[in-house]
Design a protein. Sequence first.
Length: 485
Amino acid sequence: MRDSLFLLSRSGRINLQTEIRQVLVSAILTGHLPAGERVPSSRKMAQNMGVSRNTVVLAYQGLLDDGYLVAHERSGYYVNGKILEGRIAPAPGDQVAKIGDESTIDWSRRFRVKPSEQDNISKPKDWREYPYPFISGQVDPKLFPIAEWRECSRQVLGKRWLDISTADAYGSDDEMLIEQIRTHILPRRGILADHDEILVTMGAQNALYLLASLLVSPETTVGFEEPGYPDARNIFRLKSNRLEFLDVDEHGLTLGPAFKNCNIIFTTPSYQAPTTVIMPPQRRRELLEAADKFDCLIIEDDYEFDINFSAQPSPALKSQDRSGRVIYVGSLSKTLFPGLRLGYLVGPRELVREARQLRRLMVRHPPNNNQRTTALFLSLGHHDALVHRLHRTYQARGMEMGRALSRFSHTHRKFRAPAAPVSGFRGRKILMLMICAPVPLKMALLSSREPYGLAAGLSHKIIFALVFRPSTLKRYLPVLNYWRR
Protein backbone atom coordinates (compact mmCIF):
# COMPACT_ATOMS: atom_id res chain seq x y z
CA MET A 1 0.00 0.00 0.00
CA ARG A 2 1.40 3.37 -0.99
CA ASP A 3 1.68 6.09 1.64
CA SER A 4 1.08 8.66 -1.12
CA LEU A 5 -2.57 7.62 -1.04
CA PHE A 6 -2.90 9.22 2.35
CA LEU A 7 -1.36 12.67 1.91
CA LEU A 8 -3.33 15.57 3.35
CA SER A 9 -3.65 18.90 1.59
CA ARG A 10 -4.09 20.81 4.88
CA SER A 11 -5.89 23.59 3.06
CA GLY A 12 -7.59 24.71 6.25
CA ARG A 13 -11.04 24.61 4.62
CA ILE A 14 -12.02 21.45 6.54
CA ASN A 15 -10.74 19.89 9.76
CA LEU A 16 -8.14 17.11 9.72
CA GLN A 17 -10.59 14.39 10.77
CA THR A 18 -12.85 15.18 7.83
CA GLU A 19 -9.92 15.31 5.42
CA ILE A 20 -8.65 11.90 6.58
CA ARG A 21 -12.11 10.49 6.00
CA GLN A 22 -12.24 11.99 2.50
CA VAL A 23 -8.86 10.50 1.59
CA LEU A 24 -9.84 7.01 2.76
CA VAL A 25 -13.30 7.08 1.16
CA SER A 26 -11.78 8.17 -2.16
CA ALA A 27 -9.18 5.37 -1.98
CA ILE A 28 -11.87 2.78 -1.23
CA LEU A 29 -14.36 3.85 -3.90
CA THR A 30 -11.73 4.17 -6.64
CA GLY A 31 -10.36 0.71 -5.91
CA HIS A 32 -6.96 1.82 -4.63
CA LEU A 33 -7.93 0.15 -1.37
CA PRO A 34 -9.61 -3.07 -2.54
CA ALA A 35 -12.18 -5.06 -0.56
CA GLY A 36 -10.60 -6.93 2.32
CA GLU A 37 -7.48 -4.76 2.34
CA ARG A 38 -6.15 -3.90 5.78
CA VAL A 39 -5.75 -0.19 6.42
CA PRO A 40 -2.76 1.09 8.42
CA SER A 41 -3.07 1.09 12.17
CA SER A 42 -4.17 4.33 13.75
CA ARG A 43 -0.71 4.82 15.22
CA LYS A 44 1.09 4.36 11.88
CA MET A 45 -1.46 6.49 10.00
CA ALA A 46 -1.03 9.26 12.56
CA GLN A 47 2.74 9.15 12.18
CA ASN A 48 2.58 9.19 8.37
CA MET A 49 0.14 12.11 8.30
CA GLY A 50 1.68 14.06 11.15
CA VAL A 51 -1.55 14.24 13.16
CA SER A 52 -2.64 13.04 16.56
CA ARG A 53 -3.69 9.42 16.96
CA ASN A 54 -7.07 10.46 18.38
CA THR A 55 -7.86 12.30 15.14
CA VAL A 56 -7.24 9.12 13.14
CA VAL A 57 -9.18 6.96 15.61
CA LEU A 58 -12.24 9.22 15.30
CA ALA A 59 -12.02 9.15 11.48
CA TYR A 60 -11.76 5.32 11.53
CA GLN A 61 -14.71 5.06 13.90
CA GLY A 62 -16.87 7.17 11.59
CA LEU A 63 -15.97 4.96 8.62
CA LEU A 64 -16.70 1.88 10.72
CA ASP A 65 -20.12 3.22 11.69
CA ASP A 66 -20.95 3.99 8.04
CA GLY A 67 -19.89 0.58 6.77
CA TYR A 68 -16.72 1.49 4.90
CA LEU A 69 -14.54 -0.46 7.33
CA VAL A 70 -14.95 -3.59 9.42
CA ALA A 71 -12.99 -4.32 12.59
CA HIS A 72 -11.30 -7.63 13.24
CA GLU A 73 -10.40 -8.26 16.87
CA ARG A 74 -6.64 -8.05 17.55
CA SER A 75 -6.04 -7.49 13.84
CA GLY A 76 -7.22 -4.02 12.91
CA TYR A 77 -9.50 -2.37 10.35
CA TYR A 78 -10.24 -3.74 6.88
CA VAL A 79 -12.10 -2.45 3.85
CA ASN A 80 -15.67 -3.72 3.89
CA GLY A 81 -16.40 -5.38 0.54
CA LYS A 82 -20.16 -4.84 0.93
CA ILE A 83 -19.72 -1.09 0.53
CA LEU A 84 -18.56 -1.70 -3.07
CA GLU A 85 -21.50 -3.90 -4.04
CA GLY A 86 -23.43 -2.52 -7.01
CA ARG A 87 -20.53 -0.44 -8.28
CA ILE A 88 -18.78 -1.10 -11.59
CA ALA A 89 -15.27 -2.35 -10.98
CA PRO A 90 -12.48 -0.11 -12.32
CA ALA A 91 -10.80 -1.21 -15.54
CA PRO A 92 -7.49 -3.14 -15.22
CA GLY A 93 -4.50 -0.86 -14.85
CA ASP A 94 -6.75 2.16 -14.26
CA GLN A 95 -7.16 2.51 -18.04
CA VAL A 96 -10.58 4.12 -18.05
CA ALA A 97 -11.60 5.76 -21.31
CA LYS A 98 -12.76 9.36 -21.03
CA ILE A 99 -16.19 10.18 -22.34
CA GLY A 100 -15.97 11.63 -25.83
CA ASP A 101 -12.37 10.58 -26.49
CA GLU A 102 -13.32 9.23 -29.92
CA SER A 103 -16.15 11.61 -30.72
CA THR A 104 -16.46 12.90 -34.29
CA ILE A 105 -19.40 15.18 -33.57
CA ASP A 106 -19.12 18.77 -34.74
CA TRP A 107 -20.92 20.40 -31.84
CA SER A 108 -20.58 23.91 -33.25
CA ARG A 109 -23.04 23.02 -36.05
CA ARG A 110 -25.58 21.64 -33.59
CA PHE A 111 -25.83 24.54 -31.17
CA ARG A 112 -28.92 26.65 -31.74
CA VAL A 113 -27.55 29.37 -29.44
CA LYS A 114 -24.04 30.09 -28.16
CA PRO A 115 -24.14 31.95 -24.83
CA SER A 116 -20.35 31.73 -24.58
CA GLU A 117 -20.02 34.11 -27.54
CA GLN A 118 -22.01 36.85 -25.85
CA ASP A 119 -20.38 39.73 -24.00
CA ASN A 120 -20.51 38.01 -20.64
CA ILE A 121 -19.61 39.36 -17.23
CA SER A 122 -16.58 37.61 -15.80
CA LYS A 123 -14.92 37.72 -12.42
CA PRO A 124 -11.54 36.30 -11.39
CA LYS A 125 -11.81 33.20 -9.21
CA ASP A 126 -8.93 34.28 -6.97
CA TRP A 127 -10.34 37.71 -6.15
CA ARG A 128 -10.03 37.01 -2.40
CA GLU A 129 -6.26 37.05 -2.78
CA TYR A 130 -6.23 40.61 -4.13
CA PRO A 131 -4.96 43.23 -1.67
CA TYR A 132 -7.82 45.50 -2.81
CA PRO A 133 -10.63 43.32 -4.22
CA PHE A 134 -12.67 45.70 -6.39
CA ILE A 135 -15.19 42.98 -7.27
CA SER A 136 -18.96 43.36 -7.20
CA GLY A 137 -21.54 40.97 -5.82
CA GLN A 138 -19.34 39.19 -3.27
CA VAL A 139 -19.70 38.79 0.47
CA ASP A 140 -17.77 40.30 3.33
CA PRO A 141 -18.16 37.52 5.93
CA LYS A 142 -17.47 39.95 8.76
CA LEU A 143 -20.84 41.61 8.21
CA PHE A 144 -23.03 38.53 7.85
CA PRO A 145 -24.71 37.18 11.02
CA ILE A 146 -23.43 33.64 10.61
CA ALA A 147 -24.46 32.55 14.13
CA GLU A 148 -28.09 33.56 13.52
CA TRP A 149 -28.14 31.91 10.09
CA ARG A 150 -26.61 28.72 11.53
CA GLU A 151 -29.24 28.61 14.25
CA CYS A 152 -32.04 28.99 11.70
CA SER A 153 -30.47 26.21 9.62
CA ARG A 154 -30.20 23.99 12.71
CA GLN A 155 -33.88 24.43 13.47
CA VAL A 156 -34.91 23.76 9.88
CA LEU A 157 -32.91 20.51 9.81
CA GLY A 158 -34.40 19.37 13.11
CA LYS A 159 -37.22 16.86 13.49
CA ARG A 160 -39.90 19.55 13.54
CA TRP A 161 -39.33 20.61 9.92
CA LEU A 162 -37.32 17.72 8.51
CA ASP A 163 -40.26 16.53 6.40
CA ILE A 164 -40.48 19.98 4.79
CA SER A 165 -36.76 20.09 3.98
CA THR A 166 -36.63 16.58 2.53
CA ALA A 167 -39.94 16.37 0.65
CA ASP A 168 -40.42 16.85 -3.09
CA ALA A 169 -42.52 19.99 -3.25
CA TYR A 170 -43.27 19.31 -6.93
CA GLY A 171 -43.88 22.86 -8.11
CA SER A 172 -44.87 24.50 -4.84
CA ASP A 173 -43.03 27.11 -2.80
CA ASP A 174 -42.46 27.20 0.93
CA GLU A 175 -45.62 28.72 2.38
CA MET A 176 -43.75 30.39 5.22
CA LEU A 177 -41.35 32.12 2.79
CA ILE A 178 -44.19 33.26 0.54
CA GLU A 179 -45.91 34.73 3.59
CA GLN A 180 -42.75 36.55 4.65
CA ILE A 181 -42.25 37.97 1.16
CA ARG A 182 -45.92 38.98 0.97
CA THR A 183 -46.19 40.59 4.41
CA HIS A 184 -42.62 41.58 5.25
CA ILE A 185 -40.70 42.48 2.08
CA LEU A 186 -43.22 43.61 -0.53
CA PRO A 187 -45.07 46.13 1.69
CA ARG A 188 -41.76 47.97 2.13
CA ARG A 189 -41.90 48.57 -1.62
CA GLY A 190 -45.57 49.56 -1.54
CA ILE A 191 -46.65 46.30 -3.20
CA LEU A 192 -49.70 44.29 -2.11
CA ALA A 193 -49.92 40.79 -3.56
CA ASP A 194 -51.74 37.52 -2.88
CA HIS A 195 -49.99 34.19 -2.40
CA ASP A 196 -50.74 33.03 -5.94
CA GLU A 197 -49.19 36.20 -7.41
CA ILE A 198 -45.71 35.40 -6.03
CA LEU A 199 -43.20 32.84 -7.32
CA VAL A 200 -39.91 31.98 -5.61
CA THR A 201 -37.05 31.67 -8.10
CA MET A 202 -33.41 30.57 -8.10
CA GLY A 203 -32.30 34.19 -8.01
CA ALA A 204 -33.37 37.17 -10.08
CA GLN A 205 -31.67 35.86 -13.24
CA ASN A 206 -33.75 32.70 -13.07
CA ALA A 207 -36.83 34.91 -12.92
CA LEU A 208 -35.66 36.83 -16.00
CA TYR A 209 -35.00 33.60 -17.90
CA LEU A 210 -38.47 32.30 -17.03
CA LEU A 211 -40.05 35.53 -18.29
CA ALA A 212 -37.98 35.53 -21.47
CA SER A 213 -38.98 31.92 -22.17
CA LEU A 214 -42.66 32.62 -21.60
CA LEU A 215 -43.04 36.02 -23.21
CA VAL A 216 -40.41 36.42 -25.94
CA SER A 217 -40.42 35.00 -29.46
CA PRO A 218 -38.13 35.88 -32.39
CA GLU A 219 -40.71 38.52 -33.39
CA THR A 220 -40.77 40.18 -29.95
CA THR A 221 -39.04 43.54 -29.54
CA VAL A 222 -37.50 44.11 -26.12
CA GLY A 223 -36.39 47.54 -24.91
CA PHE A 224 -33.36 47.95 -22.62
CA GLU A 225 -31.80 50.82 -20.77
CA GLU A 226 -28.57 52.12 -22.33
CA PRO A 227 -26.34 51.70 -20.41
CA GLY A 228 -27.87 48.75 -18.64
CA TYR A 229 -27.47 45.31 -17.11
CA PRO A 230 -25.54 43.06 -19.56
CA ASP A 231 -26.85 39.68 -18.35
CA ALA A 232 -30.46 40.75 -18.78
CA ARG A 233 -29.70 41.63 -22.40
CA ASN A 234 -27.94 38.32 -22.90
CA ILE A 235 -30.90 36.35 -21.55
CA PHE A 236 -33.43 38.05 -23.82
CA ARG A 237 -31.07 38.01 -26.80
CA LEU A 238 -31.18 34.20 -26.67
CA LYS A 239 -34.88 34.45 -27.56
CA SER A 240 -34.93 37.45 -29.90
CA ASN A 241 -32.48 39.66 -31.77
CA ARG A 242 -34.96 42.51 -31.90
CA LEU A 243 -33.57 44.71 -29.13
CA GLU A 244 -34.09 48.45 -28.76
CA PHE A 245 -31.67 50.45 -26.62
CA LEU A 246 -33.34 53.33 -24.78
CA ASP A 247 -31.12 56.12 -23.47
CA VAL A 248 -30.78 56.90 -19.79
CA ASP A 249 -30.66 60.51 -18.61
CA GLU A 250 -30.58 62.11 -15.18
CA HIS A 251 -34.12 60.78 -14.56
CA GLY A 252 -33.52 57.23 -15.75
CA LEU A 253 -35.07 55.48 -18.76
CA THR A 254 -36.15 57.89 -21.50
CA LEU A 255 -39.32 57.52 -23.55
CA GLY A 256 -37.90 58.25 -26.98
CA PRO A 257 -39.26 57.34 -30.43
CA ALA A 258 -38.00 53.74 -30.13
CA PHE A 259 -40.27 53.11 -27.14
CA LYS A 260 -43.36 52.59 -29.27
CA ASN A 261 -41.67 49.71 -31.09
CA CYS A 262 -41.20 47.67 -27.92
CA ASN A 263 -43.40 44.81 -26.75
CA ILE A 264 -41.48 44.46 -23.46
CA ILE A 265 -39.43 47.00 -21.49
CA PHE A 266 -36.74 45.98 -19.01
CA THR A 267 -35.93 48.69 -16.48
CA THR A 268 -34.32 49.31 -13.08
CA PRO A 269 -36.21 52.46 -12.01
CA SER A 270 -35.40 52.44 -8.30
CA TYR A 271 -31.63 52.23 -8.73
CA GLN A 272 -30.62 52.24 -12.36
CA ALA A 273 -27.78 49.90 -13.22
CA PRO A 274 -25.10 51.15 -13.52
CA THR A 275 -25.72 54.91 -13.22
CA THR A 276 -27.62 54.68 -9.85
CA VAL A 277 -30.18 57.21 -11.14
CA ILE A 278 -33.54 57.00 -9.33
CA MET A 279 -36.53 57.54 -11.59
CA PRO A 280 -38.70 60.39 -10.24
CA PRO A 281 -42.49 60.06 -9.83
CA GLN A 282 -43.33 62.09 -12.96
CA ARG A 283 -41.18 59.88 -15.22
CA ARG A 284 -42.73 56.78 -13.65
CA ARG A 285 -46.22 58.00 -14.43
CA GLU A 286 -45.17 58.76 -17.99
CA LEU A 287 -43.66 55.28 -18.32
CA LEU A 288 -46.84 53.57 -17.12
CA GLU A 289 -48.99 55.73 -19.40
CA ALA A 290 -46.76 54.95 -22.38
CA ALA A 291 -46.95 51.22 -21.59
CA ASP A 292 -50.75 51.44 -21.66
CA LYS A 293 -50.75 53.49 -24.84
CA PHE A 294 -48.42 51.19 -26.79
CA ASP A 295 -49.62 47.94 -25.16
CA CYS A 296 -46.25 46.81 -23.80
CA LEU A 297 -45.22 44.95 -20.66
CA ILE A 298 -42.68 46.24 -18.16
CA ILE A 299 -40.23 44.04 -16.28
CA GLU A 300 -39.06 45.90 -13.19
CA ASP A 301 -35.79 44.62 -11.72
CA ASP A 302 -35.66 45.99 -8.18
CA TYR A 303 -32.28 44.43 -7.58
CA GLU A 304 -30.90 46.58 -4.77
CA PHE A 305 -33.75 48.25 -2.92
CA ASP A 306 -32.79 46.82 0.48
CA ILE A 307 -29.31 48.26 0.39
CA ASN A 308 -30.08 51.48 -1.44
CA PHE A 309 -29.98 54.03 1.35
CA SER A 310 -30.60 57.25 -0.54
CA ALA A 311 -32.30 59.98 1.43
CA GLN A 312 -35.78 59.31 0.09
CA PRO A 313 -36.39 55.73 -1.05
CA SER A 314 -39.10 55.59 -3.69
CA PRO A 315 -41.83 52.94 -3.90
CA ALA A 316 -41.55 50.32 -6.59
CA LEU A 317 -43.00 51.00 -10.02
CA LYS A 318 -45.18 47.94 -9.47
CA SER A 319 -46.92 49.71 -6.58
CA GLN A 320 -48.34 52.25 -9.06
CA ASP A 321 -49.38 49.67 -11.64
CA ARG A 322 -53.15 49.57 -12.09
CA SER A 323 -53.36 47.64 -15.35
CA GLY A 324 -51.21 44.65 -14.43
CA ARG A 325 -48.49 45.47 -16.98
CA VAL A 326 -45.59 45.56 -14.52
CA ILE A 327 -43.86 42.30 -13.60
CA TYR A 328 -41.76 42.78 -10.48
CA VAL A 329 -38.47 40.89 -9.98
CA GLY A 330 -36.71 40.92 -6.62
CA SER A 331 -33.71 39.23 -5.05
CA LEU A 332 -32.57 38.19 -1.59
CA SER A 333 -28.97 37.75 -2.70
CA LYS A 334 -27.88 41.34 -2.14
CA THR A 335 -28.62 41.41 1.57
CA LEU A 336 -28.03 37.75 2.43
CA PHE A 337 -25.41 36.18 0.16
CA PRO A 338 -25.31 35.52 -3.60
CA GLY A 339 -24.64 31.80 -3.18
CA LEU A 340 -28.11 31.39 -1.68
CA ARG A 341 -29.68 31.90 -5.13
CA LEU A 342 -33.14 32.96 -3.96
CA GLY A 343 -35.29 35.55 -5.68
CA TYR A 344 -38.93 36.07 -6.53
CA LEU A 345 -41.23 37.53 -9.13
CA VAL A 346 -44.61 39.18 -8.61
CA GLY A 347 -47.18 39.32 -11.38
CA PRO A 348 -50.70 38.40 -12.48
CA ARG A 349 -51.95 34.96 -11.40
CA GLU A 350 -52.04 33.62 -14.93
CA LEU A 351 -48.41 34.55 -15.52
CA VAL A 352 -47.25 33.13 -12.17
CA ARG A 353 -49.11 29.88 -12.85
CA GLU A 354 -47.34 29.35 -16.16
CA ALA A 355 -43.97 30.43 -14.74
CA ARG A 356 -44.41 27.90 -11.94
CA GLN A 357 -44.96 25.07 -14.39
CA LEU A 358 -41.97 26.14 -16.48
CA ARG A 359 -39.80 26.34 -13.38
CA ARG A 360 -40.92 22.82 -12.44
CA LEU A 361 -39.67 21.54 -15.79
CA MET A 362 -36.34 23.33 -15.32
CA VAL A 363 -35.35 23.00 -11.65
CA ARG A 364 -38.47 21.56 -9.99
CA HIS A 365 -38.30 24.12 -7.16
CA PRO A 366 -35.67 25.98 -5.13
CA PRO A 367 -34.18 23.87 -2.30
CA ASN A 368 -36.75 23.50 0.49
CA ASN A 369 -34.20 23.85 3.28
CA ASN A 370 -32.92 27.15 1.88
CA GLN A 371 -36.44 28.49 1.53
CA ARG A 372 -37.47 27.59 5.08
CA THR A 373 -34.17 28.82 6.58
CA THR A 374 -34.62 32.16 4.82
CA ALA A 375 -38.24 32.37 5.96
CA LEU A 376 -37.23 31.75 9.58
CA PHE A 377 -34.37 34.25 9.28
CA LEU A 378 -36.83 36.89 8.06
CA SER A 379 -39.50 36.10 10.65
CA LEU A 380 -37.06 36.43 13.57
CA GLY A 381 -35.98 39.91 12.50
CA HIS A 382 -32.40 38.95 11.60
CA HIS A 383 -32.81 40.28 8.07
CA ASP A 384 -33.87 43.73 9.29
CA ALA A 385 -30.94 43.85 11.69
CA LEU A 386 -28.60 42.88 8.85
CA VAL A 387 -29.98 45.62 6.59
CA HIS A 388 -29.39 48.24 9.28
CA ARG A 389 -25.84 47.00 9.76
CA LEU A 390 -25.20 47.18 6.03
CA HIS A 391 -26.55 50.71 5.85
CA ARG A 392 -24.19 51.92 8.56
CA THR A 393 -21.23 50.18 6.95
CA TYR A 394 -22.10 51.36 3.45
CA GLN A 395 -22.40 54.94 4.63
CA ALA A 396 -18.91 54.80 6.12
CA ARG A 397 -17.44 53.05 3.08
CA GLY A 398 -19.21 55.40 0.71
CA MET A 399 -17.63 58.41 2.34
CA GLU A 400 -14.26 56.65 2.32
CA MET A 401 -14.70 55.96 -1.39
CA GLY A 402 -15.28 59.68 -1.92
CA ARG A 403 -12.07 60.53 -0.11
CA ALA A 404 -10.21 57.83 -2.04
CA LEU A 405 -11.45 59.17 -5.37
CA SER A 406 -10.43 62.64 -4.32
CA ARG A 407 -6.91 61.38 -3.71
CA PHE A 408 -6.95 59.34 -6.91
CA SER A 409 -6.56 62.31 -9.20
CA HIS A 410 -6.03 66.01 -8.76
CA THR A 411 -8.45 66.50 -11.67
CA HIS A 412 -11.31 64.75 -9.91
CA ARG A 413 -13.39 67.95 -9.79
CA LYS A 414 -13.61 67.85 -13.57
CA PHE A 415 -15.25 64.43 -13.55
CA ARG A 416 -18.84 64.30 -14.71
CA ALA A 417 -21.13 62.21 -12.48
CA PRO A 418 -24.68 61.57 -13.72
CA ALA A 419 -25.74 59.88 -10.48
CA ALA A 420 -23.79 61.77 -7.87
CA PRO A 421 -20.61 63.87 -7.91
CA VAL A 422 -17.40 62.69 -6.33
CA SER A 423 -16.62 65.59 -4.06
CA GLY A 424 -18.55 65.18 -0.84
CA PHE A 425 -21.36 63.17 -2.49
CA ARG A 426 -23.60 66.22 -1.77
CA GLY A 427 -24.76 64.45 1.35
CA ARG A 428 -26.07 61.43 -0.56
CA LYS A 429 -25.29 58.03 0.90
CA ILE A 430 -25.04 56.09 -2.32
CA LEU A 431 -24.07 52.52 -3.00
CA MET A 432 -22.51 53.05 -6.39
CA LEU A 433 -20.75 56.02 -7.83
CA MET A 434 -20.42 56.44 -11.57
CA ILE A 435 -18.06 59.06 -12.92
CA CYS A 436 -16.97 59.72 -16.48
CA ALA A 437 -13.34 60.66 -16.85
CA PRO A 438 -12.40 63.18 -19.55
CA VAL A 439 -9.50 60.97 -20.68
CA PRO A 440 -8.98 57.20 -20.92
CA LEU A 441 -7.79 55.77 -17.65
CA LYS A 442 -4.26 54.43 -17.94
CA MET A 443 -4.84 51.54 -15.56
CA ALA A 444 -7.47 50.04 -17.87
CA LEU A 445 -4.99 49.16 -20.64
CA LEU A 446 -7.64 49.83 -23.27
CA SER A 447 -6.90 50.88 -26.82
CA SER A 448 -9.91 52.86 -28.02
CA ARG A 449 -9.73 56.65 -28.25
CA GLU A 450 -13.18 56.97 -26.81
CA PRO A 451 -13.39 58.29 -23.22
CA TYR A 452 -13.99 55.69 -20.58
CA GLY A 453 -16.07 55.73 -17.44
CA LEU A 454 -15.11 54.42 -14.04
CA ALA A 455 -17.94 52.74 -12.15
CA ALA A 456 -16.97 52.43 -8.51
CA GLY A 457 -19.20 51.14 -5.79
CA LEU A 458 -19.92 48.90 -2.85
CA SER A 459 -22.18 46.21 -4.29
CA HIS A 460 -22.68 43.83 -1.37
CA LYS A 461 -20.10 45.16 1.01
CA ILE A 462 -16.85 45.10 -0.96
CA ILE A 463 -15.52 48.25 -2.60
CA PHE A 464 -15.00 47.69 -6.29
CA ALA A 465 -14.35 49.53 -9.51
CA LEU A 466 -15.14 48.71 -13.11
CA VAL A 467 -14.06 50.41 -16.31
CA PHE A 468 -16.41 50.54 -19.27
CA ARG A 469 -17.11 52.39 -22.48
CA PRO A 470 -20.10 54.63 -21.68
CA SER A 471 -21.69 54.43 -25.13
CA THR A 472 -21.95 50.64 -25.18
CA LEU A 473 -21.14 49.22 -21.75
CA LYS A 474 -20.26 45.99 -23.50
CA ARG A 475 -17.45 44.88 -21.25
CA TYR A 476 -16.78 45.19 -17.56
CA LEU A 477 -13.11 45.17 -16.63
CA PRO A 478 -12.01 44.80 -13.02
CA VAL A 479 -9.62 47.50 -11.90
CA LEU A 480 -6.99 46.22 -9.52
CA ASN A 481 -4.83 48.12 -7.08
CA TYR A 482 -6.68 51.29 -7.97
CA TRP A 483 -7.07 52.59 -4.46
CA ARG A 484 -3.77 52.95 -2.57
CA ARG A 485 -3.31 54.62 0.77
